[in-house]
Design a protein around this ligand. Structure first.
Ligand SMILES: Nc1nc2c(c(=O)[nH]1)N[C@H]1C(S)=C(S)[C@@H](COP(=O)(O)OP(=O)(O)OC[C@H]3O[C@@H](n4cnc5c(=O)[nH]c(N)nc54)[C@H](O)[C@@H]3O)O[C@H]1N2
Ligand SMILES: Nc1nc2c(c(=O)[nH]1)N[C@H]1C(S)=C(S)[C@@H](COP(=O)(O)OP(=O)(O)OC[C@H]3O[C@@H](n4cnc5c(=O)[nH]c(N)nc54)[C@H](O)[C@@H]3O)O[C@H]1N2
Ligand code: SF4
Ligand SMILES: [Mo]
Length: 767
């Protein structure tokens, strides 16, 4: 590779240098006192004592700030008056509410290429973006621009395109319901459904699988269901890091007698044991064991495991007729059971066992433990959704629940655990490249617009469209498109081809640096920032992973007077882009109640929105599957038949999963440690099985390059430290986003088009 290419690549991914790996000190249990210390350190370090206290006391309280971290639900009832948040919630709020800011002088001092020499961690430390910034064509520095001029530039650019379909409007999942609704309204009045979102890379496979089988693309359980369930199966999820307050729910479930089964290629600390920092016992170091059965599955071995479990349950049913499967439920509420059972009978148990990589005795133990239970919750996240056959695997989860009659009743159901704090709400608001007909009909009826009816581009198709020159304008409502998407260098080429890239952002990230001919950064208020309109404090609303819609009230003074709220940015942009629009955009910004009134008219389930959202705990959206009402074509839940599809590995090839460390929020890097896994001060690591390393003559901590040539395109990730780790043979793990250069843009899940970020075929060579 030429030095020139490598220099260009370096800008697109940041430095490939090491930061000084230290290993050891893996934790045996999650949270406890160290989590409290880390929380305090991050929050007070970023914003000082009094602002920090204010932020923390308001976090996740009724009438307070909804945590900008993950989408795990808050308790409906009593909340802890001191701390209804976790270490990562504290880090998320610290990251957002820092008092440090990147003013015009910061951008004058640092050119775009100088900024790209910084790591993602360093970029995040530059503080909140404090004013709108514009990068003129051919310039090296972003310069301050007025809001009016920024909107004018966007208006001219969008109105100069040959077709609205040449524009792409991405959304990340932190955007509030109010902003999301206005955004999709503006984009559809402008004339396109090109609305990709982070969900396309996240739980899209879940949405597809659940809609088809249960009639709703969202999970069915409530938080309370955890307290009365008998079995919790946690697949492909690392809640100790990514949904830490879920551990409190698991602890309570456990105390109420539930059995917990974890399925993961790694032995994740947070699944093993938990020290509840809200209990004196937890702070003193006493932990609760969580997982009863830990199944170390091979990457993408989940479907084989689920089928093996179902097959053995069938055997148990034959031995104990009427005691294991719920025939009554199946007969009344489902279709396809016979074909499914027939299919199970034809499968070879040996093949399934070989493919999931778990000893048969262990699977039998699990089956024995759950055979007579009939209240089961299955939780899953990215370990299941980001594979080629993800949709089929998730349908297999549904099969298992249906066999057990474990859906549509208390203590049982589906629990896809969502990532971004409002990713589920954004979809409900219509952030979707395949909008439902009734939404478009309602927009037409209520606003008199003619929304386009053809589907738009999702995330992967957007990248390809920009790369082919079919799309020329990119806007990101939050997020970090360049670093979050697959095939970083390919995506960089795509973005660089655009005429204009626009980002509505709180913090600087690499997507601002790999830009179109001209680029804008529009700085916005975050969740925690106060937002006054006409002297009245405004609030926004969000939907959590269990379908509860509730309010979030900014409480902290914004770091700059030049920040606008997302709703205001959209309304003012709409005026500039759609001068003839009949929609009264100005009104929405007078009081956000008007936005909620509009949502109520267009989106089902939001009756009496303004009143109900003001109740402290908010309200549940309708959810048929929760009641056992399956809104499929014939009202029945569907069994489906799928086959395992093992991923072939040639000699020297490995299957790589890209995962999150304990010190990051997606592409935002809070720190360089992965405390629970015992990896410190380094992110460029590849976790490998010791014997694989020995076979390849790679010593522990040797430096390697990772590469593949999928689809004929050479991809290399230089400089990774190989670490011997307890992981199945021929499988490796790296961190996202450093390893995204290796995820082929063309390798996506069937039916959902989600990049296969958890099963990337790579080779490894010594550096
Ligand atoms: N602190 C923090 N919180 C977050 C985020 C964050 O980055 N940081 N991100 C948010 C977002 S957007 C999301 S989507 C969620 C993500 O939450 P998770 O899905 O928990 O995140 P990942 O780190 O991607 O890890 C998935 C887990 O799946 C396992 N895994 C990988 N492949 C397989 C497989 O084939 N089978 C099985 N059974 N397991 C597998 C990995 O070992 C890992 O434990 O978290 C949200 N919350
Ligand atoms: N290889 C690999 N790739 C993955 C994944 C993986 O597991 N492996 N996971 C995928 C998943 S699950 C997801 S969800 C995506 C995440 O993709 P994105 O959502 O695009 O990425 P984030 O890193 O969450 O976005 C962070 C940026 O959002 C901006 N931001 C933060 N808060 C706000 C706000 O309140 N308003 C606005 N306007 N901007 C804000 C900040 O500028 C920050 O830099 O990545 C995906 N990519
Ligand atoms: S579990 Fe998620 S939502 Fe709750 S405090 Fe932690 S990061 Fe925030
Ligand atoms: Mo996500």
């Amino acid at each position: 590779m030429s030095d020139k290419v490598r220099d260009k690549w370096a800008e697109e991914i940041g430095p490939e240098e090491f930061t000084g790996l230290r290993t050891g000190g893996e934790s045996g249990s999650a949270a406890g006192l160290p989590a409290v210390i880390m929380s305090v350190k991050h929050v007070f370090g970023a914003m000082g004592l009094s602002r920090g206290m204010k932020a923390l006391f308001n976090l996740n309280q009724k009438g307070g700030i909804d945590c900008p971290g993950c989408a795990w639900p808050d308790p409906d009832g009593k909340r802890s008056p001191i701390a209804e948040y976790c270490e990562n919630g504290a880090k998320a709020i610290a990251e957002e509410s820092t008092t440090k800011k990147a003013g015009p002088d910061f951008f004058a001092k640092n050119s775009v290429s100088e900024l790209s020499q910084l790591s993602d961690y360093e970029l995040g430390k530059s503080g909140r973006i404090a004013q709108p910034m514009f990068l003129e064509e051919g310039e090296e520095h972003y310069k301050e621009i007025s809001w009016d001029d920024a909107f004018k530039e966007i208006g001219e650019e969008l109105n100069g395109l040959e077709s609205p379909d040449e524009a792409i409007f991405y959304t990340s999942g932190r955007t509030s319901n109010e902003a999301a609704f206005l955004y999709q309204l503006m984009v559809r009045e402008y004339g396109t459904n090109n609305m990709p979102d982070c969900s396309n890379m996240c739980h899209e496979s879940t949405g597809v699988a659940l809609s088809e089988t249960l009639g709703i693309g969202k999970g069915s359980v409530k938080l309370e269901d955890f307290y009365e369930t008998e079995v919790i199966l946690i697949m492909g999820q690392n809640p100790g890091t990514n949904h830490p307050r879920m551990l409190t729910a698991l602890q309570k479930a456990k105390r109420n007698g539930a059995i917990i089964i974890s399925v993961n290629p790694l032995f994740e600390t947070g699944l093993k044991a938990f020290k509840n920092p809200q209990e004196i016992k937890g702070l003193l170091g006493m932990s609760t064991d969580l997982t009863d059965h830990y199944l170390q599955v091979r990457i993408n071995g989940d479907m084989a495991l689920l089928q093996a479990i179902a097959k053995l349950l069938l055997e148990e049913e034959n031995a104990n007729p009427g005691k294991v499967l719920d025939h009554e439920f199946m007969a009344e509420n489902t279709e396809g059971a016979e074909a499914y059972i027939q299919h199970l009978q034809n499968l070879s148990l040996d093949t399934l066992v070989e493919n999931c990589g778990i000893p048969i005795e262990q699977i039998r133990e699990v089956v024995k433990a759950i055979r007579f239970k009939n209240k089961m919750i299955i939780c899953w996240a990215m370990g299941l959704t980001q594979h080629k056959n993800s949709v089929d695997t998730i349908k297999e989860i549904v099969n298992l629940l249906l066999l057990k009659g474990s859906i549509g009743k208390a203590g049982a159901g589906t629990c896809p655990v969502r990532g971004h704090s409002n990713v589920q709400g954004d979809r409900t608001m219509g952030i979707y490249e395949k909008p439902p007909k009734n939404l478009l009909d309602n927009l037409e009826r209520v606003f008199g617009i003619s929304p386009p009816r053809e589907y738009g581009y999702d995330t992967v198709d957007s990248i390809k469209a920009m790369h082919r020159g079919k799309a020329k304008f990119f806007m990101g409502m939050g997020g970090n498109f360049l670093s979050a998407t697959p095939d970083t260098h390919y995506t960089a080429e795509a973005l660089r081809k655009c005429n204009m890239t626009v980002h509505v952002s709180t913090k600087l990230n690499r997507s601002h640096l790999i830009h179109g001919k001209r680029a804008l950064i529009l700085p916005t208020l975050g969740r925690s920032d106060e937002d006054f309109k006409n002297g009245q404090r405004q609030f926004v609303s969000v939907e959590n992973s269990t379908g509860v819609v509730h309010s979030s009230h900014g409480k902290l003074k914004p770091v700059s007077e030049k920040l606008l709220s997302e709703p205001e940015i959209i309304c003012r942009m709409a005026r500039a882009v759609l001068p003839g629009s009949k929609i009264h955009w100005e009104k929405f910004v007078l009081n956000y109640d008007y936005i909620r009134d509009a949502i109520e008219k267009c989106v089902p389930g939001f009756d009496d929105y303004n009143r109900r959202v003001r109740r402290g705990r908010g309200f549940y959206l309708p959810n048929g599957a929760r009641q056992g009402d399956f809104e499929t074509d014939n009202g029945k839940a569907k069994f489906t038949v799928s086959d395992i599809s093992p991923i072939p590995l040639d000699e020297g090839e490995f299957l790589m999963m890209t995962i999150r460390s304990h010190d990051q929020y997606n592409t935002t890097i809070y720190g360089l440690n992965d405390r629970y896994r015992g990896i410190r001060n380094e992110r460029r690591v590849v976790l490998m099985h010791r014997e694989d390393m020995e076979e390849m003559g790679i010593e522990n901590k040797a430096v390697v390059d990772l590469y593949n040539n999928h689809g004929g395109r050479a991809r290399v990730a230089h400089n990774f430290i190989a670490l011997a780790y307890d992981i199945p043979r021929r499988m490796v793990a790296t961190y996202f986003p450093e390893a995204n250069v290796l995820v082929p843009v063309k390798s996506t899940a069937e039916y959902s088009n989600t990049p296969t970020s958890k099963s990337v075929v790579i080779s490894i060579r010594k550096n």
